[in-house]
Design a binder for this molecule. Structure first.
Ligand code: GDP
Length: 240
């Protein structure tokens, strides 16, 4: 496969088990460094809407962090864990059907929940429609600060995963590679799978973030990484 480029950024090794809940007081904006926190706005998260057009204009313009992954990878659960809003992103009863972007607004950025790809039982038309949305969003949208790319820790990257990774490389967006459902494995299983998946993606194992929406493992670290993407993009945009 074409390797996603080195702009895939990793985080501190989170294979250690979590030490109780992270200190987030309401919405993951709260994990910003204290200097940039905005008192009173920490819990602000708003569902903006569902948009079938990947080039939709969002007002006001803000950096966007896109969440993308194979259908059923645990994307909705992870977004809910990050936002600390259990029902915010719907954990789908009918996987592979969503053909639209779900957009959430936080004080400094939009979190964009892209449709899950690669659902085996989806019909051809649905799969093609989803691919078209993803391709246009990833390849053409300029406001993207980075992509959070979710992979199930128990599965090797699929053909669909490889396809989307080629787009990341082409466009050069920073990508956070995130393994989901870590709680399904033992600690040693987590380590082994993290190394194996990192190897298959051409990454160091510490470039892959281990998470569990069930236990909270890696969620605070991921929140920090997301805020870093937003910070870098905002700085880029301030440059003349
Ligand atoms: P999506 O299709 O990618 O949005 O995935 P969902 O968030 O709807 O999750 C798909 C299934 O995986 C659901 O049954 C979830 O309860 C389950 N799931 C999601 N995240 C985790 C996790 O971290 N641990 C475990 N054990 N199950 C999870």
């Amino acid at each position: 496969m074409t390797r996603p480029d080195r702009r895939i950024v990793g985080q501190a090794d989170s294979t250690a088990q979590p030490e109780g809940p992270p200190e987030i007081t309401g919405g993951f904006i709260a994990s910003e460094p204290p200097a940039v926190r905005q008192p009173g706005r920490l819990s602000t998260v708003e569902f903006v809407g569902t948009f079938p057009d990947p080039m939709v204009t969002l007002d006001p313009p803000l950096p966007e962090v896109a969440f993308v992954g194979r259908s059923n990878v645990g994307k909705s659960s992870l977004i809910n864990a990050l936002l600390r809003r259990p029902g915010m992103a719907r954990v789908s009863a009918t996987p592979g059907k969503t053909r639209a972007l779900n957009v959430f607004r936080l004080p400094r950025f939009y979190l964009v929940d892209l449709p899950g790809y690669g659902y085996a039982k989806a019909d051809k038309t649905t799969r093609a429609a989803i691919e078209k949305i993803l391709d246009r969003y990833i390849l053409e949208r300029n406001s993207v600060a980075g992509v959070v790319w979710l992979l199930d820790i128990r599965r090797d990257p699929s053909v669909d995963d490889e396809r989307i990774a080629q787009h990341f490389s082409k466009r050069g967006h920073p990508v956070l590679a995130v393994l989901t459902k870590a709680d399904k494995l033992t600690h040693s299983g987590q380590l082994a799978r993290t190394r194996a998946i990192a190897r298959s993606l051409g990454l160091e194992h510490d470039q892959v973030q281990l998470t569990s929406s069930e236990t909270g493992l890696g969620i605070a670290e991921l929140a920090d990484s997301v805020m870093e993407l937003v910070r870098v993009k905002s700085e880029e945009e301030r440059k003349p």
